[in-house]
Design a protein around this ligand. Structure first.
Ligand SMILES: [Zn+2]
Length: 421
């Protein structure tokens, strides 16, 4: 049952890297290209992680790298025979949506850098999680000319840390997946193909590393030409499923769901706690959204004996509580020894903005529905996925995702069965 087709990526442990020969590859300043990949950083200490680097040490370091900087976001740097292009973007979305912290939530993100055949700065575009990003230039804005790669017998592409500096390696602790390098400008395609796996080979696809249980560049069938440290395959993948491990076992029953004679059921009881707001409407509309998928019946109960999920509204006043700082939170009973059922907390401090000032203003009814729908997703066994989904780790109350998206339903069907698409 726990067989995830195409669900693997590589994990780099903070001291490791993986290198491939790029000896026959050339890149001129007038060549178009597309570089795209998924990454997942779980590093909370390094301010910069190098994700991909084609530069070689030598008299002149032609080549490019893509890194994630704590402050400036995704950085692209290209060094040619003459001229350098150095820009960054997605500063907010790649660093935990603007809070003064790294994206430590182990969320997969998609990055694409595209270039057309011009040699000017306007030739470049950046995409993050499928969306075009404004570019900020860091001072060096070309123009470029000549070769932008070494094309020597030792030319290479390295994943996971800096290819030139040994003193500041900027190593990634986290995952890489679906690395694709094209010799064409695919800016008109990336917004529709960013969250898909693509065939192993294709026109203009010069490098392709889907890391589905093989480390080979599937565009060329070339094996890795070098490795430092430990590089391992893991199940985590942007195209697998985003699920809580069920005590390390195959997907099956999660404790908010119980198997009954009438099928799988989640029985919730809403115990108004603070009493200054009533979220019954949000709970009703969000349970209805999940119930349309059909495999698990989510319904209310008044009996403690049949309850599997207790919903409480709570305020933000007690910093020692598990839901402190969260708009909503699902907590497995396994986390709290005294709990016999799972809990779902709805934080009235944020939802109603009782102490409202600018960014804590009240949530709309639709935004409240999104919060409850998200927490019920956790109760169904779903983990955080990515931007645009109900199960993204961050909910934008001003632009809520009010209906279940493809990844949400796909993950649900994987656990509970049903009409998979
Ligand atoms: Zn969540």
């Amino acid at each position: 049952m726990w067989s995830l087709t195409n669900a693997a990526s590589i994990f780099l442990n903070g001291t490791s890297s993986l290198t491939y020969s790029a000896a026959s590859d050339t890149l001129a300043a007038t060549d178009p290209f597309t570089i795209e990949f998924w990454y997942r950083s779980i590093d909370s200490t390094s301010s910069i992680v190098d994700l991909l680097d084609t530069r070689q040490s030598g008299a002149h370091n032609e080549g490019y790298f893509v890194s994630r900087d704590q402050n400036s976001g995704i950085r692209f740097f290209l060094d040619c025979d003459s001229g350098i292009m150095d820009f960054h973007g997605a500063a907010v979305s790649s660093t935990k949506n603007g809070t003064p912290s790294y994206d430590t939530s182990s969320i997969w993100h998609y990055v694409a850098i595209t270039k057309n055949s011009a040699a000017a700065s306007s030739a470049f575009s950046m995409y993050f999680d499928g969306y075009s990003q404004p570019i900020t230039w860091s001072g060096q804005q070309g123009p470029i000319s000549g070769n932008c790669s070494i094309s020597s017998s030792t030319d290479s592409i390295r994943f996971g840390n800096d290819a030139i500096s040994t003193s500041t390696s900027n190593s990634l602790t986290g995952n890489l997946d679906e690395v694709r390098i094209w010799s064409t400008d695919r800016s008109t395609y990336v917004t529709s193909t960013w969250n898909q796996e693509l065939p192993a080979t294709g026109t203009s696809l010069v490098g392709h590393w889907p890391f589905n249980n093989t480390a080979t560049d599937v565009a060329t069938n070339h094996a890795s030409s070098g490795q430092s440290g430990i590089v391992s395959f893991v199940k985590s993948s942007p195209f697998g499923h985003f699920l809580y491990q069920n005590n390390g076992n195959a997907p099956g029953l999660y404790s908010s769901v119980t198997s009954t004679g009438s099928g799988m059921q989640m029985r919730w009881r809403y115990d108004l706690n603070v009493g200054d707001s009533d979220y019954t409407s949000a709970i009703t509309t969000s349970t209805a959204a999940w119930n349309t998928l059909g495999a698990v019946t989510i319904a209310s109960t008044t009996a403690t004996s049949s309850m599997t999920l207790e919903i409480l509204d709570a305020d933000n006043s007690n910093s020692s509580t598990v839901w402190y700082g969260n708009v909503g939170l699902w907590v497995s009973k396994s986390v709290i020894p005294t709990s016999t059922v799972d809990h779902l907390y709805l934080n009235s401090y944020y939802l109603d903005g009782n102490d409202c000032f600018i960014f804590l203003c009240p949530y709309s009814d639709l935004a409240k529905k999104t919060v409850v729908m998200h927490e019920l997703g956790h109760a169904l066994g779903l983990d955080h996925s990515y931007w645009g989904s109900v199960m993204n780790y961050y909910s934008d109350k001003n632009n809520p995702v009010t209906t279940l998206q493809n990844q949400d339903t796909s993950d649900y069907y994987f656990v509970w069965g049903g009409n998979q698409n």
